[in-house]
Design a protein around this ligand. Structure first.
Ligand SMILES: Cc1cc2nc3c(=O)[nH]c(=O)nc-3n(C[C@H](O)[C@H](O)[C@H](O)COP(=O)(O)O)c2cc1C
Length: 467
């Protein structure tokens, strides 16, 4: 039986494009504080390993239709610092973008978050794919993949040196002798690289965890190398179990080749479970969410300029191999229509049937809208009862495809709570997930050791990727 790592990828207005429109959903970012607090408390009573907050360094009208949660949300480091005060055990992971962040400032705020949370903070380092971020940070352009990763490598190296500025026992606090600091245990950062230059030392004591667990999410070859060499936790977007198994094996092999103990690299996949009391109930939730997604054809005179081109009948026509442009999105997908579809079109029809229970051969056929939505909503979705979803999670774990999951919720708070109160206890009953927190730090939740100090013990400091 594999012990899974389970965290929640929190998106306050829901992780499905139409989640915020679902009856009873949280949909006003001005009230995020209450929703985040409640999610954190529910997650902690379910004994989840961590809450994870992504980030995006720009906004615009187009995001309303693509990923509405990106339009307006609180800064992730502020979110975890706030939640550290209302929780006691759960790990708290914030995302930062190495292409734009300042390493001294980030080392300082993350070391602070770790101290203030008692060793529960984690840091997701991304290089970013949003070109508008450049103009928001005084840059002329968003750097190319290689240049971004060259900077990310230096960034991670500098972060570890900064976090290790103070040895664990550098603050002596000897009131009788009048000695506060042992200066021999305070180390300059002295880093002068191609992209970054930092003198140090950092003016915060060493984090409780030594180094915060580093998470990385990306898809390019450089991203994989970065995860393998520098991250404790790799977040990999995958379409299914086989792909997850292949990527995990590849990342672990890369980690091993880079001279690291590959067991210290944990791989988790983002998944979006849609949980119902029965399978039909779960499918009806998925069905309603599909119906609430707007597609280009919903505007008779053409969609707003910001609307994503991919969410249209024209786009799905190319995929199914049949010209659907000009048809009503509410038109039923009949066996006759499907008979002219390409193999990928047939596959799409099967995905819709699995998610919504609608089949061209059944009493309730899907509509063209269902096809457009299934083709354009990019997430690994599992629809079912708590027991069915737990079985799927177990299957991934037992096959060695992942070390765990980062769970997205389509609708806040309802779907998140259905997961925490339904799926998690089911996994606990089966012994696939612990019922109590055994350790106190995020590292302990993830089964990772505390690293040595890079200034003192280079051997030991190779944990987590210091080179
Ligand atoms: C599951 C997953 C989650 C991600 N979350 C974020 C995020 O919150 N913020 C962000 O800027 N990029 C995020 N990314 C994007 C990557 O970090 C990376 O910047 C992007 O994929 C471009 O780099 P690449 O070409 O190396 O993949 C995520 C990627 C994946 C696969």
């Amino acid at each position: 039986m594999t012990r899974l790592i389970i965290g929640a990828m929190v998106r306050a207005i829901g992780a499905y494009p139409s989640g915020w429109r679902y009856p009873g959903a949280h949909r006003d970012p001005r009230a995020d504080a209450a929703v985040l607090r409640r999610a954190a408390q529910v997650a902690e009573s379910a004994r989840l390993d961590f809450l994870f907050f992504g980030d995006w360094l720009a906004t615009g009208h187009d995001l309303e239709f693509q990923d509405p949660y990106l339009v307006a949300r609180v800064d992730p480091l502020s979110a975890i610092t706030y939640l550290a005060g209302v929780t006691e055990r759960i790990g708290l992971i914030a995302t930062a973008n190495t292409s734009y962040a300042d390493p001294y400032t980030l080392a300082r705020s993350t070391a602070s978050a770790d101290l203030l949370s008692g060793g529960r903070a984690g840091l997701n380092l991304v290089t970013g794919s949003e070109p508008r971020a450049a103009a928001n940070h005084g840059r002329d352009f968003h750097a190319a993949n290689d240049a971004r990763y060259d900077r990310a490598v230096e960034f991670e190296h500098v972060l570890r040196r900064l976090w290790d500025s103070f040895e664990d026992d550098a603050i002596v606090s000897d009131a009788a002798a009048g000695v506060f600091l042992d200066p021999s245990r305070l180390h300059a950062t002295a880093f002068d690289g191609t992209h970054l230059s930092v003198a140090g030392p950092l003016n915060v004591v060493r984090p409780v965890q030594g180094h915060l667990p580093i998470v990385h999410a990306g898809t390019s070859p450089r991203s994989k190398l970065f995860a393998a060499q520098s991250a404790d936790l790799a977040l990999v977007a995958v379409s299914g179990l086989e792909q997850a198994a292949a990527i995990r094996a590849e990342l672990r092999a890369l980690a091993f080749e880079s001279g690291r103990d590959d067991r210290t690299l944990k791989v988790v996949a983002p998944v979006l479970p849609i949980v119902g009391e029965t399978r039909e109930h779960a499918q009806s939730i998925a069905d309603e969410l599909s119906e609430l997604v707007q597609i280009a054809e919903d505007w008779p005179d053409g969609p707003p300029e910001a609307f994503p081109a991919g969410r249209s009948l024209a786009h799905v026509s190319a995929l199914v191999g049949r010209d659907l442009a000009g048809l009503s999105p509410d038109r039923a997908v009949t066996p006759q229509l499907v008979s002219g579809f390409s193999a990928s079109g047939q596959e799409l029809v099967e995905i819709v049937a699995e998610r919504t229970g609608r089949s061209p051969w059944g009493e309730r056929p899907p509509t063209l809208r269902h096809l457009v939505v299934a083709a354009s909503v990019n997430a690994s979705i599992i629809v079912g009862t708590a027991a069915e979803i737990a079985t799927e999670f177990e299957a991934w774990g037992d096959a060695g495809a992942v070390d765990g999951f980062n769970v997205l919720s389509a609708v806040q708070p309802a779907q998140f709570e259905a997961f925490a109160r339904g799926v998690v206890p089911e996994l606990q009953r089966r012994g696939a997930f612990p019922t109590e927190y055994e350790g106190t730090t995020l590292r302990e939740h993830l089964g990772l050791e505390r690293p040595g100090n890079v200034h003192v013990d280079r051997q030991d400091a190779s944990v987590g990727g210091f080179r």
